[in-house]
Design a protein around this ligand. Structure first.
Ligand SMILES: C[S@@+](CC[C@H](N)C(=O)[O-])C[C@H]1O[C@@H](n2cnc3c(N)ncnc32)[C@H](O)[C@@H]1O
Length: 279
């Protein structure tokens, strides 16, 4: 897909995902907070700093930083999808966080001055961008000297069955060949060497890499299937657009494939995030 077509398709996908991500924010945070806590440790935000969050979605990772930087600090919480920004804004208002500014912003073209922030957070964003090298160069540009970047992407598909099983089932049913591993998508930065070179090529020092394990728990297969069809980004949109009979066929393949992950009547699907930080 041409780059501009990918950008507008991705924008529409995330606009459509926002309602589900907003609804499931607490569940999502509980399952994945270890990833964000590790990101925050690597960033080390200090009172009074300005922290930028890119591709913030519903905002939780940045909100943890907002608490650390205190009333004299400022969190700029950004996402390119207005529905995500609106969901994040509602949440920060509910939480009474007065030091958060919400903005619609594409991480590949940041509307921010050079050397204007002390730290950048981006959880599960860069690998979805059409041109992560440009987004990382933009990140370097807006960071002050001594500032840090702390990011998270997903590790290898085999270690993230929660995301790879539905994609595999879809390929099996439709016969569509697998995407090029470097094309934007959930596993586009799964190779630590690619993360290292993208980060260093943008002008950062060699990043520190850490794996963080995640366990996604679902009360039953139906709950997992709701997640796959309502929250799972591009794959959700493909499944929603399919004729019912095809969707049912994919559902059966996924249900069979998740058999090994049944625990106490529910499902527990493991995952591994790859966190990277650099100054
Ligand atoms: C998988 S979600 C992650 C959301 C949030 N960071 C989290 O960890 O819960 C990906 C987010 O990236 C955003 N996104 C994708 N491409 C973007 C871009 N080029 N610029 C800014 N945001 C982008 C989407 O709108 C979506 O909110």
């Amino acid at each position: 897909m041409a780059t501009e077509d990918y950008r507008s398709a991705s924008y529409e996908i995330w606009q459509a995902m926002a309602a589900g991500w907003d609804r499931e924010r607490s569940w999502m945070w509980e399952a994945s907070r270890a990833v964000s806590e590790e990101m925050l440790r690597a960033l080390g935000p200090e009172p009074g700093q300005t922290i930028l969050e890119l591709a913030a979605g519903t905002g939780e990772t940045g909100f943890a930083a907002a608490r650390a930087i205190g009333p004299d600090g400022r969190l700029i919480s950004t996402d390119f999808a207005p529905e995500m920004v609106a969901a994040a804004r509602r949440a920060s208002e509910r939480l009474g966080l007065a030091n958060v500014e919400h903005r619609e912003m594409d991480a590949e073209r940041m509307d921010l001055d050079d050397d204007s922030v002390d730290g950048v957070l981006c959880r599960w964003g860069y690998m979805l961008m059409a041109d992560p090298a440009t987004a990382l160069a933009e990140t370097r540009r807006v960071l002050r000297d001594g500032g840090r970047l702390s990011l998270s992407v997903w590790g290898a598909a085999e270690r993230n069955p929660w995301a790879s099983l539905p994609a595999k089932a879809l390929m099996e049913h439709t016969g569509v060949p697998p995407a090029n591993p470097k094309d934007p998508g959930i596993f586009a930065m799964a190779d630590p060497e690619r993360v290292r070179s993208l980060v260093q090529d943008a002008g950062f020092a060699e990043p520190r890499l850490d794996e963080v394990e995640v366990r996604w728990r679902f009360e039953d297969f139906d709950a997992y299937w709701r997640y796959v069809t309502e929250l799972a980004g591009g794959i959700a949109i493909v499944l929603q657009a399919m004729p019912e009979t095809d969707r049912e066929a994919v559902r059966k393949l996924v249900e069979r494939a998740t058999g090994d992950y049944r625990v106490d009547g529910g499902l527990e699907l493991p995952g591994v995030a790859l966190n990277a930080s650099a100054g």
